[in-house]
Design a protein around this ligand. Structure first.
Ligand code: SF4
Ligand code: SF4
Length: 315
């Protein structure tokens, strides 16, 4: 059972997702309306395309995108703002704003853990999500797309419009596939409820790519692990929605003595659930070094194992 500090943190985080829903999704879309409003434009209808982060990622390799950036087109600036925040502070959009991710995470909490798949320490989600990101960005150059039809943001917009009495288009086969992967298989039946985020969201992947680069610098914010304080109680592993924390003893990250926890910076969304859940103060969020540099995994000499297992912070 989570402690009072963990519960309080969770309420704050889900509160911030509600704010994200109001700011970025129809019918309110307050941020999008304000963004265009200051330029004298009044937006109506489904505003999904007005600050489209997913398609923004898809256009990063295109020359036209960069032409629009230099012309200060607001539609192309949104993704750059999200990437800049990820570089400096971590993927805060995923961890604190994205209502689509929070919906699948919330649904996962309704299903008992024994019915759910747990990928922590067993699947290299970072490799899969970066592979998907590469494909997503290359597909337009061969005349294909995994854009709007496969977008969970868009479907959440339609759901939100439906609930508030707006027009909702017909349910197509691609939308059914997305709902099945996002809310059912990757949501209700995946521990943490972030299966779609882990594997199939290009907006999340590009943020973690830049977070991975930014976190190497001392002045940026990141999850910090103090292995000398860790008692391997694994509370952090239990609460991590992205399954980015895993016991050093498990799966492909197995080490000689199994002590300590491994954190994957390429899937961590800096939600800080683990920081709130750690009873020994071994985790924090801030500037400075993330942790002791990671040595190679097992096999290792027995004497070196404790330091290696406890100190390794990412794959
Ligand atoms: S490792 Fe911690 S901060 Fe990162 S996603 Fe997991 S719980 Fe959140
Ligand atoms: S980091 Fe904290 S919560 Fe995680 S295993 Fe170590 S002591 Fe437990």
């Amino acid at each position: 059972m989570p402690g009072a500090k963990s519960r309080r943190h969770l309420y704050i985080r889900f509160g911030s997702y509600l704010l994200g829903l109001m700011l970025f999704y129809v019918p309110a879309s307050l941020f999008v309306r304000a963004f265009y409003g200051v330029q004298g434009q009044h937006l109506v209808g489904n505003l999904c395309d007005s600050l489209n982060l997913r398609m923004g990622v898809g256009g990063l390799l295109k020359i036209e995108t960069w032409q629009k950036v230099f012309a200060a087109d607001p539609r192309s600036l949104g993704i750059f703002a999200v990437i800049a925040v990820a570089f400096l502070f971590g993927p805060l959009f995923c961890g604190w704003v994205c209502a689509a991710g929070s919906l699948s995470e919330g649904l996962s909490r309704l299903v008992p853990d024994r019915f759910k798949i747990d990928i922590a320490g067993r699947v290299n989600a970072a490799a899969i999500r970066y592979g998907f990101l590469s494909g997503f960005m290359i597909l337009p150059f061969i005349g294909l797309s995994a854009g709007c039809a496969f977008c969970n943001f868009r479907i959440l917009n339609f759901m939100s419009l439906g609930i508030t009495g707006g027009f909702v288009p017909a349910l197509t086969s691609t939308y059914i596939v997305v709902i099945a992967l996002w809310l059912v298989l990757g949501g209700m039946f995946m521990k943490g409820g972030r299966g779609w985020c882990n594997f199939l969201c290009p907006v999340g992947a590009i943020q973690n790519l830049f977070h991975g680069l930014g976190a190497r610098l001392g002045f940026t914010y990141k999850l910090k692990y103090a292995p000398e304080k860790c008692r391997t109680c694994l509370n952090c592993v239990k609460v991590c929605p992205m399954r980015a924390a895993a016991p050093a003893a498990e799966g492909r990250w197995r080490t000689a003595n199994g002590a300590g926890v491994l954190f994957n910076r390429h899937t961590c969304i800096t939600c800080n659930d683990c920081v709130a859940a750690c009873p020994h103060g071994a985790l924090s969020y801030g500037v400075g070094k993330a942790a002791v540099p990671a040595p190679a995994p097992s096999p290792q000499p027995a004497g070196a194992a404790l330091g290696a297992a406890a100190g390794r912070s990412e794959v």
